[in-house]
Design a protein around this ligand. Sequence first.
Ligand SMILES: *[C@@H]1O[C@H](CO)[C@@H](O)[C@H](O)[C@H]1NC(C)=O
Ligand SMILES: *[C@@H]1O[C@H](CO)[C@@H](O)[C@H](O)[C@H]1NC(C)=O
Ligand SMILES: *[C@@H]1O[C@H](CO)[C@@H](O)[C@H](O)[C@H]1NC(C)=O
Length: 443
Amino acid sequence: MGLKLVNILALLVLSSLASTTTSQFVFDVTSSIYGGKPHSDISEGLASAWRDACASESASKVVVPSGTYKLKQATFEGPCKAPVEVQIQGTLQAPKDRSSDTWVVFRSIDMLTVLGGGTFDGQGTHGSKDGDIKDIRFSSVTNSIIKDITSLDSKKFHIGVSDCTNVVFHHLTITSAADSANTDGINIASSTRINVTHTNIATGDDCISVGEGTNQLLVTNVTCGPGHGLSIGSLGYYPDEKPVVGVTIMNCTLTGTTNGVRIKTWPNSPGQSTASDILFEDIVMVNVENPIIIDQNYCSGDEDRCKHQTPSEVQISNVKFKNIRGSSATLVGVNLACSSTVPCQDVELDDIDLTYYGHEGSLTSQCFNVRARITRVAKTLACANLPGLPSDNSPPPPPLYDYNSPMIYSGAPDCNSYWWPRQSVMVHLLISGLGLWLLKGSP
Ligand SMILES: *[C@@H]1O[C@H](CO)[C@@H](O)[C@H](O)[C@H]1NC(C)=O
Ligand SMILES: *[C@@H]1O[C@H](CO)[C@@H](O)[C@H](O)[C@H]1NC(C)=O
Ligand SMILES: *[C@@H]1O[C@H](CO)[C@@H](O)[C@H](O)[C@H]1NC(C)=O
């Protein structure tokens, strides 16, 4: 008994110490100052609470306690004087008939934390085809953490990340109906050092889409499905797109998605751009329609663009697909359809193990405008449409045959095509052949 009391006292002392050393000013949206009440609109109260928190000289916290609240719109705008935490414990409901392109935005904030286990309910059950709608936007946010949050039924894209640096997104849950339109989970563009980890995404479009100007993105331990998969792109739609460099997608599981890991670029690009240093590693596919795909002929929702086909001008290089296993829902397990103007450079397939359980035939692969380096891949998945490519246990290619050099391409653009070695290689072969003949012929 006495011991218990001492323990409890010790705990009390400890916890009071803790609360003074980590004290934050708390701005509770349901306090009398801000007047937020469940089932009513808290837009104004939340705006005031944010204004006060952001002006606070020391660390502060905005709290939305548990309960369901309506929220017309929210703008969390910095810069703030000290780190701010936004703790959403309850559910925030968007108006069903809103017309703006953003519901909640966090802008120009350093050292932001968003957490609390709460839900952003966009109430957009069908998705949308109009405009650049992103329910929740992070714009010019730096050195921040977004975690333990759910985004439900967005109107179009769930979360948009742009012009952000050093931001971690983890333990998020993102959910839309499988048949909703354009409900991308997280769209990242013009951002550097973004990590997305331990996140479950089930939507009607890409779970994660990576746009122009993305650098050093790390995606790990993400589950995706249903949805359109983990996509880099679509790229090459606008003029002057900035490069995508350094994307690592690791330890992810895709279930029942229309694509697995994908790079997609538009034909008829208005300018040149690049996507490079991309690694897809340790990925599990469960019944995925296009498990491994580079699609440089991506055309969706722009009839004009799709009509007259000139090849994409997005140069894709240094792409590794490593340790990718599981099941393909279609016959084509690997589809590398690169541009005929700028063939993919330095593409590697290593340790790919996919199975097809359907009854329509056996698993195969196709590759256009690319010479992949292939190791530990069954022949059927090793660019089966191109005879003579190295695969499992095949001897190394002859030294003159450079699989990574650009090849001269012949044939109709983006149709089944053949590759011929570069002219210089041909000349080289001819000369060394002649040399050998002369050498042998001489006494
Ligand atoms: C992202 O993950 C990498 C690798 O685990 C880590 O080095 C880096 O610090 C993380 N970035 C942030 C902003 O936490
Ligand atoms: C991913 O999950 C595995 C186990 O499920 C764990 O070992 C690993 O540390 C996780 N990665 C990150 C970056 O948290
Ligand atoms: C991937 O998961 C394995 C174990 O499941 C873990 O050892 C490794 O650290 C993880 N890698 C990343 C980048 O999360």
